[in-house]
Design a protein around this ligand. Sequence first.
Ligand code: ZN
Length: 634
Amino acid sequence: MGDILKEILSQLPEDKISNAIFEGANIVLYTKDKDFFLNNDGTIKKVVDNIKKRVELRPDPELCMDQEKAEKLIKKIIPKDGEIGNIIFDPQRSIVIIEAEKPGLVIGKQGGFLQEIKEKSFWVPQIKRTPVIRSQLIENIRSVLYLNNDYRKKFLDKIGHRIYDGWIRGKKNEWIRLTYLGGGRQVGRSCLLLQTPESRVLMDCGIDPATQSDNSEAYPYLESPDFNIAELDAVIVTHAHLDHSGFIPYLFKYGYKGPVYCTAPTRDIMSLLQLDLVKIMRNEGKEPIYTSEEIKEVVKHTIILGYEEVTDITPDVRITLYNAGHILGSAMVHVHVGNGLHNLLYTADLKYGKTKLLNPAETKFPRLETMMIESTYGGKENVLPTREDSEQEVADIIIDTVKRKGKVLIPVLGVGRAQEIMLIVEDLVKRKMIDTIPVYIDGMVWDVTAIHTAYPEFLNNNVTKLIFHRDHNPFLNPIFKRVGSQKERTQVLEETGSCVILATSGMLMGGPSVEYLKGLCANKNNTLMFVSYQGQGSLGRRIQRGEKEFMQQGLGGKNEIYEIKLDIKTIEAFTGHSDRMQLMKYIQNCQPRPKKIIFNHGESSRCLDVASSVHKAFRVETICPRNLESVRIK
Ligand code: ZN
């Protein structure tokens, strides 16, 4: 048993605790004493105050009511309009998971219903929201977790031991080092290795979607001598985009069995994007770099964190995720090393400005000395029009194309811009600015949208107000139609009227967006609208730069030349990244202001440009490491 558990038990009445285990950084105590469980006069709280760790008291599985009876009881206690779905028991942990469409109604005033369930059944209830758009993926993810309850229990206990064993160890010689395995002076394959005498932590592990998958430049430098997969303690994922999460299943393919920390939406969306990547590679006749088995392994090893939830991940590293405003569930990682030794913030991709979907990135932190920040739009010339202007531009282009009876194709990353555009079109239709036209949501984009409806609490105040207070969920508008197969795609292309099509991939590197382009490119009434960053070398970038034709496999399987006659539009400001002004403003408004700022996730010239301006404006040290360079932070 870990030292910290012994320490806790020594502070509690001897005969009350039947078992003490770890669930990651949380400490769980079980009791066979009903009275002690329901009313321990703050004994547990005193322990928490003493050791400053999260401690939870649960009834020993022996006390739990028979499952069938408990299920009846739960259905009796919770009012019908809570719309309960599945009720799933986790008998080893004395937990019952109640899935519901309206969690607020299930919880009851001041948690009244949950308390009643606890008192009467001796099960600890947990509520999960069922998405209002049914999502096979969310169901699959939940079932992977439920089916592996046994494994998860042991896995989480092992992590607890890693964090707490040697808890009262003396201070070591302390240092912190950061190595860029990817994402240094480039957009793509973000991967940062954080090393301390005690810990090895990866922050993000992505691919470069603009580089062909058979080129090693598409992946992080895991062959670097700094990296040893056997020593890796933890992986933290800031957000689901593949340039941050796309290589994580590969770690599991090569033997990693440790935790992956992220928010719940990030877990769900990244699984979807990874599955899609495998599918695209197969369709292109390439051997996928990993399979759905490894993606399942990632899910099995995730530890979900909410924003601003502090958690230890190793003996000397404590992390907190903060809203990054970039896509649903996107996070910045605040890293506290040692006992007050140093505080870092890895912003990853951030939007410092409100969008149609999300609140702006957080600026207040308890302490902060070093910041690693993106510079996608860090160049002097990257001052973009306002959000309102570019939203208007998107609307105008759609209105124009509809007037000439054309179709609008918007290649999207699947997550973020796609859902914002859905809200823009929904708004246009609602305000009768355009006739009611269908908005075709291709395969994966639809699933990502469903995930948005499962986590409304991650959306901005306007949208949550619509959903919770006015009972109007804009994503449920019938103009949105799902397209799932090649046959349906052909039907969409053959239809005569106007429509908007949202399809992946965002840079026209394979996927349905390329299939639609092949069908739409010859008609000048149609529009191809770029709303996201087009990586160097991608087909999207080439068309954006004015290439008039492209080669792709035709229906017969042979390569064919396609002529581009449709209208090409780029909405540059419509990005989930901060532009030059927003980056400067973000640094200016950060509290406290960091002493050292490291720029990454930007083409070389943009990294250097913003670094030099920030140095001049704020008199802080700035650097732009290249891949494989290490920075000693302390
Ligand atoms: Zn991103």
